[in-house]
Design a binder for this molecule. Sequence first.
Ligand code: FNR
Length: 187
Amino acid sequence: MSQTTVLALVGSLRAASVNRQVAETAVSVAPEGVEVIIFDGLGDVPFYNEDIDGAAPIPAVEALREAAGRADALLLVTPEYNGTVPAVLKNAIDWISRPYGSGAVQGKPVAVISASPSVNGGRWAHEDTRKTARIAGGNVLEDVTLAIGRTGEKFADGHPKENLEVAEQVAGVVISLADATRQLVDA
Ligand code: FNR
């Protein structure tokens, strides 16, 4: 297999989002043969509504579904909001879970990373994101449990990609996704 494409969906729209920076870290540390692309349009995707799905084309939704459809694997990078998955990420998962049984997430390797200033690194959001991506049809890598805590202190002086430990952990997740993609192709 020549090139593996991983689409990263980030659960925070904030310009200075630490989770976005973690996704940027995944872009930087991706090994040769693996490309990580961050999807930029999640803020334009309307709330999922079965009445509008399949009616008039919605450019933001088409862009999301096409990008997810083209990707070999998905990387979901998320903060925790009130103990669970932020609405923006859940909404994206809902859109790519449809049409039922053939949405863009169907059968794709999916890995989750969470990051939060809290000690537990957004573990509840991590667990709930894995659960919803699994129910949506993704082939979730359940043993990927990278939850980056204490982000305030850890990244006070710079970007997460400059933190060797975190960069290595994120690289491990990207490699796991690439391996899972290869295993699916070889199966
Ligand atoms: C939060 N935050 C938060 N943190 C956490 O660890 N557990 C939680 O349940 C919540 N709940 C929560 C709700 C809402 C509405 C907001 C806006 C924030 C704090 C959150 O982890 C923090 O803002 C992160 O920095 C957000 O990630 P980004 O935007 O830096 O990627």
